[in-house]
Write a protein that binds this ligand. Structure first.
Ligand SMILES: [Zn+2]
Ligand SMILES: [Zn+2]
Length: 361
């Protein structure tokens, strides 16, 4: 990334924050949170702390960074090294991303490419480029199918939280990640002190890691599904309702139960839920690789992940691309580009530049 490109990116993000700083959502107890950011062309800066949202906004405007993060945990002193921060508690978090959901369309938009000669191909990525032995990089594209899948799995998590764990819907804050998924923050105080093992258990439950049940347990469940027992809630209810509704099913019971599990499990990233020292992109800020906003979702029915998070303008920018795979933004397709000069809207230019596929011309 050359200096002119870094300057353009900083300028674009700064302009955006200058106009839209009201959209940034800060967690409560701001003084107890750890903040961090990644400058364009630089490495992560962590262990920061702010006394107020005004102080944080001033710093965001000054730095115009590529990404801004805050912890879900609260600490006695967020600026100290991790072991000395004094962990006070943390909201429960779920990360749902198209990367973790095996959609069939991936083979059409996920590729590997060579850093050096720009050879490319379908995943899995070879260790070195078969043409020039250069290093290879994975590129994960996105599409309407992937975005719909991550929305559906997010709704499954909300369903587990509200129906199986009694979380009030008002305590769940949902955000589009700014790329291909969603983050859920759960402000239910019962989970605040939960350690990593407890959080892992919740993640395992949603992923159905110990399911499907054995053949014998499955037939037992099917035999007496109406009894008021363990089958009346949670996974057992989910499985019995599913198998009962399919009384015409001709295949084996094992297969039917597997289907009941695979169509209802939520493919979350468990490592995010279990890590209690993580920082998360701040809602209302721009994603460092896409230029799209991480934003609050109030209605999943109305939210359009292809258009709503595209908050940067349509002003055209001239770019010199080196190599750029096909990108889908705001329902439009950009690329694939070879070594050429192209004119694209600002919201697409950001995606190309931040991923290192070109420089400003
Ligand atoms: Zn190569
Ligand atoms: Zn897709």
């Amino acid at each position: 990334m050359n200096e002119a490109t870094v300057a353009f990116l900083r300028h674009t993000y700064k302009e955006h924050y200058f106009r839209q700083s009201d959209a940034i959502e800060f967690p409560d107890q701001i003084q107890s949170r750890e903040f961090g950011y990644i400058p364009f062309g630089g490495g992560m800066v962590r262990h920061l702390s702010f006394r107020s949202s005004g102080e944080a906004i001033a710093e965001i405007l000054r730095q115009a960074p590529s990404s801004v993060y805050a912890s879900n945990a609260r600490y006695s002193d967020p600026t100290l090294p991790m072991e000395e921060k004094g962990w006070l508690g943390a909201e429960l978090i779920f990360d749902i991303d198209a990367t973790d959901i095996p959609t069939l369309c991936k083979k059409s938009h996920d590729i590997w490419y060579c850093d050096k000669c720009h050879a490319s191909g379908r995943l899995p990525k070879p260790a070195t480029c078969p043409k020039c032995k250069g290093s290879t990089v994975e590129f994960h594209g996105t599409c309407a199918v992937c975005l719909q899948a991550s929305k559906e799995h997010t709704l499954r998590v909300i369903d587990f939280l509200t129906r199986d764990f009694g979380v009030s819907p008002g305590d769940i804050r949902a955000n589009f990640s700014g790329n291909r998924g969603y983050h859920l923050h759960v402000y239910d105080r019962r989970f605040d002190q939960l350690d990593q093992t407890g959080r892992a258990e919740l993640a395992d439950y949603m992923l159905a890691l110990s399911l499907p049940p054995s053949q014998s347990l499955a037939s037992l469940l099917r035999r007496r599904p109406a009894a008021r027992s363990a089958t009346d809630y949670g996974w057992m209810k989910r499985i019995t309702s599913y198998t009962q509704a399919r009384s015409d099913y001709r295949g084996t019971l094992q297969k039917l139960v597997s289907e009941a599990v695979s169509t209802q499990r939520a493919l979350i990233d468990a490592s995010v839920t279990t890590d209690i020292h993580r920082v998360f992109r701040l809602a209302g800020t721009l994603h460092g690789n896409t230029g799209m906003a991480k934003m609050k979702v109030t209605s999943f029915e109305q939210f359009d992940p292809e258009r709503d998070p595209v908050v940067l303008g349509p002003e055209r920018v001239m770019l010199k691309t080196s190599f750029c795979p096909k990108l889908s933004i705001k329902g439009e397709t950009f690329g694939p580009f070879k070594a050429e000069t192209v004119s694209v809207p600002t919201y697409a230019a950001i995606s190309i530049l931040t991923r290192g596929f070109g420089e400003v011309a």
